[in-house]
Design a binder for this molecule. Structure first.
Ligand SMILES: [Zn+2]
Length: 165
């Protein structure tokens, strides 16, 4: 039986609420969180906050919506708010494999491991070409690279386990 993976239309923006990064000061695991403000009635961009449990570093930053969208599309292994190195990234001979967090990694594992991919035709989810899955580089989707990609993702998952404080 073939494994299936549905492209549920989620974009990278759906994975940036909490990002695993390498602390720019001590190099240990740190988190960048989007902080949502509610009830103001004004559409404000959520500030992001970097916090490191190891050395106590805290940084807060605010970005406007436009730049956040632009920055979210970067594929250089850095977070979209501060440009800090992601905790989950590994270069391959094809290009950089990276994940913002476990949820993102999970989707990549499912997608790369699937033998049959299909876009969700449901009207409930409006598909658009900005979905994370549709934007994955071709080399990541190639069948002949699947084993290599899965091995890389497995190493990222192992690295995720070392991130627990
Ligand atoms: Zn630190």
């Amino acid at each position: 039986m073939q494994k299936r993976s549905r492209d549920d239309g989620r974009s990278l923006l759906d994975f940036i609420d909490c990002i695993d990064v390498a602390c720019p000061r001590c190099g240990h695991h740190a988190l960048v969180r989007m902080e949502r403000r509610q009830g103001t009635g004004i559409v404000t961009s959520p500030p992001a906050r970097l916090s490191c449990h190891h050395c106590g570093l805290i940084r807060t930053q605010r970005r406007d919506k436009t730049s956040m969208w632009r920055y979210s599309l970067r594929a250089d292994g850095r977070d979209p708010y501060f440009g800090i190195q992601l905790w989950l990234q590994e270069p391959t001979r094809h290009g950089l494999v990276f994940a913002y967090n476990e949820a993102h990694l999970q989707v990549l594992e499912t997608f790369v491991g699937a033998e049959l991919r299909e876009r969700n035709a449901s009207r409930a989810i409006r598909w658009n070409n900005r979905s994370m899955a549709s934007r994955l580089p071709r080399w990541m989707k190639r069948a002949q690279n699947r084993d290599e990609m899965l091995a890389t993702l497995a190493r990222l998952r192992a690295r995720l386990k070392t991130a627990q404080p």
